[in-house]
Design a protein around this ligand. Structure first.
Ligand code: SF4
Length: 107
């Protein structure tokens, strides 16, 4: 799942950086490998960072609530960070893309 998400959908991905702990979205999707083909079908640049979903969509908020980067390493969920400099990570974008495509995910 990681190879379908990080290099394609995440602006924070750096190929030369050692593999890190996954974000909340990647962790959730890695536990649901049956969704791999749906993730592979997501367009990397759909024209909206969260594929048209609201930033405060409760399903996305739950993904972020379980993310190890949330407390101290995520500008996107930091209310004090300038909004124009924040972007969601690839894992959250992948979940958003599936939801926007109409998949029902038990998050
Ligand atoms: S947007 Fe931030 S808090 Fe949410 S899953 Fe990504 S890194 Fe974690």
């Amino acid at each position: 799942m990681r190879h379908l998400i990080c290099p394609r959908l995440c602006r924070y991905f750096k190929p030369d950086r050692p593999e890190e702990e996954g974000c909340g979205g990647l962790t959730w999707l890695a536990a649901h490998p049956q969704l791999e083909s749906a993730v592979a079908a997501l367009a990397p640049d759909p024209g909206a960072p969260l594929f048209g979903l609201a930033e405060d969509d409760p399903r996305l908020m739950r993904v972020c609530a379980a993310c190890p980067y949330r407390p101290d390493g995520c500008d996107f969920r930091d209310p004090g960070a300038p909004r124009d400099q924040c972007a969601p990570c690839g894992g959250l974008r992948a979940v958003a893309g599936l939801l926007a495509a109409g998949l029902h995910l038990e998050i």
